[in-house]
Design a protein around this ligand. Structure first.
Ligand code: FPP
Length: 261
């Protein structure tokens, strides 16, 4: 498994100003690994392993097309409800895949970030996340955000707690808290909001992913199971995105006029 195939030359640097038709930030729920495995009479973990291959393809595609941020929902705060054996195998897979790939991601100018409550993970995984973030912190290529033990409600709750502590400490007044301040205490602070959300595997729901951030995100659902989601399928999602008119509350006429101005 490789997030970047060995034979390829380093990915081209992202264009300075990505076109408005290209999402700056893509967020993905990678669903369907279990069904992919079942269709092949394989254990579920085989689907997750194949899912790692799809991660490689989509990371490469994002870097090559100039997407600035890719956020992947790798393990939700609800995924602990799965059978213990699957959770353990998934943790091993995450650790080994990331251990194996960090150097290559770094060489390709990719910055790695992890979001979610990490204290619950074992010491090795926490150490790997901290080291990978430190190593790649100055990279200017694609930012790859991996959501692990993440939940949108948890994210908003921890932001509220931070703000409440600041009020208690007398640093800010409660009535100073506005949307920008809340956003500044969420895990994705400093990054552009997701422009395009993709969910594979046929379900059409958000499943407690980036609840705050998806307010104006374009949603794209596909029945393709995650291990089968390749660069071509990704390009189909980009084509769908490019054809949409994003109004952010304005009328279609206003948007067209602003484009022409
Ligand atoms: C959902 O499929 C998938 C997951 C909960 C895990 C996704 C994890 C990976 C692809 C592993 C690698 C990730 C990184 C970043 C290295 P499912 O099991 O819910 O599928 P089903 O709905 O068909 O049962």
């Amino acid at each position: 498994m490789a997030f970047f195939s060995k034979s390829t030359t380093p990915a081209p640097a992202p264009p300075e100003e990505p076109s408005a038709d290209l999402p700056a930030h893509v967020a993905i729920i990678m669903d369907g690994n279990g069904r992919w495995a079942r269709q092949r009479h394989l254990p579920r973990i085989a689907g997750h392993r194949a899912g790692v291959e799809a991660v490689r393809a989509i990371v490469e595609a994002c870097a090559a097309r100039g997407v600035r941020v890719l956020t992947l929902f790798a393990f939700s705060s609800e995924n602990w409800r799965r059978p213990e054996s699957e959770v353990n195998l998934l943790m091993d897979l995450l650790l080994t895949s990331l251990q194996r790939e960090v150097d290559r991601l770094h060489r390709n100018g990719i910055r790695l970030l992890f979001i979610g409550e990490r204290a619950v993970f074992n010491a090795k995984l926490i150490e790997m996340m901290d080291t990978a973030e430190r190593l790649t912190a100055a990279n200017a290529g694609l930012t790859l955000v991996i959501a692990l033990n993440y939940g949108g409600r948890w994210d908003v709750t921890q932001a509220a707690q931070q703000l409440a502590r600041r009020v208690e400490a007398g640093e800010i007044r409660a009535d100073e808290i506005d949307a920008a301040m809340i956003e500044g205490h969420l895990c994705l602070r400093g990054l552009p909001e997701p422009d395009l959300f993709i969910r594979t595997g046929g379900e059409q729901r958000i499943s407690n992913f980036l609840l705050w951030h998806l307010s104006y995100t374009e949603l794209y659902f596909t029945a393709i199971l995650w291990p089968d989601f390749d660069a071509r399928a990704f390009d189909d999602a980009l084509t769908s995105f490019a054809a949409r008119q994003r109004r952010f509350g304005r009328t279609g006429d206003q948007v067209e006029q602003a484009k022409g101005a």
